[in-house]
Design a protein around this ligand. Sequence first.
Ligand SMILES: Cc1cc2nc3c(=O)[nH]c(=O)nc-3n(C[C@H](O)[C@H](O)[C@H](O)COP(=O)(O)OP(=O)(O)OC[C@H]3O[C@@H](n4cnc5c(N)ncnc54)[C@H](O)[C@@H]3O)c2cc1C
Length: 409
Amino acid sequence: MSSQNETTVVVGAGHAGAELVAALRQQGYAGRIILIGDEPELPYRRPPLSKAYLSGEVDRDSLQIRSATAYDKLQVECWTGTEVCAIDRQQRSVMLGDGRTQGYDHLVLATGGRPRRLTDPAAQKANVHYIRTLADIDRLKADFVDGRRLLVIGGGYIGLEAAAVGIKSGLAVTVLEAAPRLLARVAAPEISAFYERAHSSRGVDVRTAVSVESFGGDERVESVRLSDGSELQVDLVIVGIGILPNDDLAREAGLEVDNGIFVDSYAKTSIDPRILAVGDCARHVNGFLGKFVRIESVPSAQEQARTAAATICGKPVAHVAVPWFWSDQFDLKLQMVGLSEGYDKLVLRGDLASESFSAFYLRGNVVLSADAVNRPQDFMVAKRLVAERVSVNPQALADESIALKSLLG
Ligand SMILES: Cc1cc2nc3c(=O)[nH]c(=O)nc-3n(C[C@H](O)[C@H](O)[C@H](O)COP(=O)(O)OP(=O)(O)OC[C@H]3O[C@@H](n4cnc5c(N)ncnc54)[C@H](O)[C@@H]3O)c2cc1C
């Protein structure tokens, strides 16, 4: 059990940090808890940034994960607008941007990630936007005006979500993807083709296997020349080409880092057991997958946070959660569970043309992962099929006259 005299410092007031501080109290942590975040806001929900917040359907206040009063009740000190600049492992303290230092008994790095940026100097303009924080969206919204020509660079989830909101908001939208298909890293070719059709039929100009050769314009980017020789006139650009984990603090403190901070299945760093890492910044051992992974999703950040809290409270439980994720584009609600890597068969249940179907990724007959589009009930069962590594009959899986639940055995 923790003593009242000890202090846990959490660096990063995002999804993982917010979950961690509450989980510590739920699990009986009696010490001091300090949540330090460099953004001015208390922790807020990031997924709506590229969805309902960008479209204006929800306001800023509704994004807050928990009120200031709730943190007071939990006896959690929130130091917002405060950057942690360095870790002194010998002194067991962190250095803050304002020159102060703060000691810790346990330190949790929940620093998330930052957007991968374009390096071309001609792309460093005010109308080239990235999507990670509330401030990013507030800046973008001023440019996100009916009738403007929006170029989205990157056909991943965030780019496609922003494209969908762009169409809904009356912008003329082009999506550029350098790979031969959308969502190439995460989805089967059939699902990529489905999303390409869904976007094209709703007015997005989707261009794959093409990239930007050069940006034109003085104060703002006004045009782009593409690798296929064509040129586009643009009013604003959104870049969605992935994130880089914020692992510099850990690297500079001598912790093991490679595209994320290495931690075991209890969220502990390999070198210093007093330092843990969770969320987008952590390359963690997921017991279910049996390997190191770095996963960028809210459910994973929250699960890892609960694991870290249990470790700090002296009740370690290995992290074995099955990863899952969601994405909303137009009226298409996609939910995904598991990782499809290594699949050898895709089984479709339902009709792609109806825009309500599930896709199951199988290795042999074992369900590795699933994508459910507008099928929340299928998704609930799919989670169990994946978690329990159920071996299924592919014909039965595709047959809608057979209840999916019956395949659970
Ligand atoms: C636009 C968008 C849409 C998304 N949609 C979905 C979705 O639909 N479903 C889903 O599951 N996931 C989605 N995600 C991913 C999800 O938001 C992340 O996986 C999640 O936020 C990870 O939580 P985290 O706490 O690890 O990192 P974050 O939420 O990024 O929080 C990290 C915090 O740490 C702060 N920080 C970093 N370094 C320091 C420092 N040195 N000192 C102090 N503070 C620091 C950062 O500024 C940030 O506030 C989306 C992400 C974005 C950006």
